[in-house]
Design a protein around this ligand. Structure first.
Ligand SMILES: Cc1cc2nc3c(=O)[nH]c(=O)nc-3n(C[C@H](O)[C@H](O)[C@H](O)COP(=O)(O)O)c2cc1C
Length: 204
């Protein structure tokens, strides 16, 4: 797959995850190794960790926490979402126990205050998360971010997974092989409409 295709067709996969096909630890480790090459603010680099959850008993305990917050999120924000997105999200919530692997991207620290610190903190994790999503896609796997439990129940998940209180769970990915290899570019606004030149609001 050429790079432009990879970059434009890596979607959030929820309904097309193969729930019955295990993800080989070696394949996942290769993807994590690639994702580690992503940029990270130097001050935070030493505190980055991946936590991989593939144990069924642990997933059985994790799933209800994510599901409860996910349902709350759909009750609150669902009305504004397209029907397809809502159905896709609800499907994911229904099968959480069967997701082959979860990957939690963690960073040591509890950032507060200064905008520059906050943006460097969270911004140090998402490049690696997206690189992981791309590396997975290039190997026939798909993923989606599941952040529901971060709205109030991050500590419950931390206790379950043994994550120390000073470590922030920035992002969690649900990962599995995909049941199709065909993904298309998503709907996005025209780049000409959202790109300004030299002055805010001045399009080409
Ligand atoms: C910071 C962040 C948090 C997200 N949280 C969730 C989530 O909790 N549940 C979910 O289904 N998708 C989540 N997503 C995925 C977005 O919903 C998805 O990227 C968006 O709908 C665009 O769809 P696409 O990725 O298929 O292009 C999240 C994405 C980002 C960047």
């Amino acid at each position: 797959m050429d790079t432009d295709t990879l970059l434009t067709t890596t979607r959030s996969v929820r309904r097309k995850l193969d729930l019955d096909r295990p993800v080989e630890p070696d394949v996942l480790a290769d993807c994590l190794r690639i994702a580690q090459q992503a940029p990270i603010a130097g001050a935070f680099a030493a505190g980055f960790r991946w936590l991989v959850v593939d144990d069924r008993a642990t997933k059985d305990q994790l799933a209800p926490i994510i599901r409860a917050d996910g349902e709350k999120s759909f009750d609150t924000y669902g009305a504004g979402l397209p029907e397809r997105t809502l159905a896709s999200g609800r499907h994911l919530l229904a099968v959480l126990e069967r997701i082959p692997v979860y990957v939690v991207a963690c960073l040591t620290g509890r950032p507060t205050g200064e905008h520059a610190v906050l943006t460097a903190f969270y911004g140090s994790v998402y490049p690696a998360v997206w690189s992981l999503q791309l590396a997975l896609r290039s190997r026939g796997l798909g993923s989606t971010i599941v952040g529901y439990h971060l709205a109030g129940h991050e500590a419950d998940v931390a206790r379950l997974l043994g994550i120390p209180p000073e470590v922030t769970q920035v992002s969690m990915l649900a990962v599995g092989y995909t049941t199709t290899g065909t993904f298309r570019p998503g709907a996005r606004p025209a780049v000409e409409d959202i790109t300004y030149y030299n002055r805010w609001g001045t399009t080409a």
